[in-house]
Write a protein that binds this ligand. Structure first.
Ligand code: ZN
Length: 379
């Protein structure tokens, strides 16, 4: 950037942005630390801090322990200066979350509302979203946007679902939401949204393979610090990889897709009980038949991981609804099965577990507006 051509206003904006980003990264800092680390003049820093505080972006509360001289005031960003709302739409319910500027879910709720492509459904959904915002006392101007994660493939321009056989939502339009909610709206494929959250939580990862173990299986590929979309937004659809042409029928019409073995629904069908009940019983009784069902599940998951790792040589993240049920012993078993008769051995550190359970896609979707807010307007 040419210093000469830069106007005073641009320079001021850049400095303000630098100071804000620095405080954001540090989480807690002091004026002196900003002056030292950004190598800015004390008066420039003071002026920016005053402006940021007046605009409600930062707070100055409390003091650091004294290191001899005067105690330094603690400077932080205001975490809920903006809130992003994330929705995770499923067949029988939707999840709703409020996410702050650090990507933390500060409010979560599950609302029973069976999906149907009707005016009544979208109107009821919008009313619930408004109620959630009111209940949590978020002023409308705080809401940066509403980002919706749904099962199904989204058109490259983000305005519609182009494939949605599970929920019958192939006609879902972004405008179904944006016409009923007075906020910016964004539509995302739920497994890509989940991968966005995993990437946010593991920023050190260049590449990863994400398994979204939700009622229906999903997947995503992270490469070059980004979720890979593909030419037709179809990258990472691991759920329809066929592992047995004579296997059970999948909702897509084919047989033996990974969906029929590794989705939470497949586990529910195999055990004949809800997932929560299955794990309660399994962990309490260690009954042989339940252990066998769980091992069968893990065996198929290991088979998929081992094969997919030959395509993408990267860590693997177990994410979504089933992830919180994975215990240390399960991870060890899974790892041993991945490595059994494998050409290459996977290291323990390469197998990660997400920790947001059923809310993963909604939180991941909400990050869209958080990232948008945090991306400097001038750079
Ligand atoms: Zn299928």
């Amino acid at each position: 950037m040419k210093e000469k051509g830069m106007t005073t206003i641009t320079l001021k904006k850049i400095n303000r942005e630098k100071v804000y980003q620095y405080i954001y990264q540090q989480k807690e800092t002091s004026k002196l630390q900003i002056v030292q680390d950004l190598q800015m003049g004390l008066s420039t820093v003071s002026q920016n801090l005053n402006e940021l505080e007046n605009d409600g972006l930062i707070s100055r509360n409390g003091y650091f322990e004294s290191t001899g001289g005067r105690k330094a005031q603690i400077i932080k960003i205001v975490e809920d200066f903006r809130i992003s709302i994330g929705l995770g739409i499923l067949k029988d319910m939707f999840h709703i979350v409020a996410v702050n500027l650090y990507g933390d879910a500060v409010a979560t709720e599950t609302i029973e509302l069976p999906y149907e492509n009707s005016d009544a459904y979208y109107t009821a959904l919008a009313a619930n979203v408004e109620l959630f915002i009111q209940k949590n006392h978020y002023a409308p101007e705080k809401i940066e946007g509403i980002s919706i994660a749904t099962q199904g493939i989204i058109s490259p321009d983000g305005t519609a679902v182009t494939y949605g056989d599970i929920m019958g939502n192939a006609n879902m339009q972004l405008s179904d939401f944006s016409s009923r909610l007075p906020y910016p709206c964004h539509l995302e494929h739920d497994s890509k949204a989940a991968a966005d959250l995993e990437l946010w939580n593991h920023p050190q990862l260049d590449s990863a393979l994400v398994f979204l173990l939700n009622p229906n299986l999903g997947g995503a590929i992270i490469t070059g610090h980004e979720v890979h979309q593909g030419n037709h937004m179809r990258s990472g659809l691991i759920e329809h990889i066929c592992i047995d042409p004579n296997g059970p029928k999948c909702y897509c019409g084919n047989h033996g897709c990974l969906e029929t073995y590794c989705s939470a629904n497949a586990l529910k069908a195999a055990s004949g009980m809800p997932v929560k009940e299955f794990f309660n019983l399994l962990h309490q009784t260690h009954a042989l038949n339940l252990t066998q069902i769980w091992r069968d599940y893990l065996d198929h998951l290991a088979f998929a991981i081992r094969n997919l790792n030959l395509v993408i040589d990267s860590p693997v993240i177990i994410s979504g609804y089933l992830a919180p049920y994975f215990q240390e012993a399960d991870m060890q078993y899974l790892l041993s099965k991945i490595n059994e008769s494998s050409l290459f051995q996977m290291d323990e550190s390469q197998l990660l577990v997400g920790n947001h359970g059923q809310y993963t896609p909604a939180i991941g979707a909400a990050l869209y507006y958080i990232k948008e807010f945090l991306t400097p307007a001038v750079s």
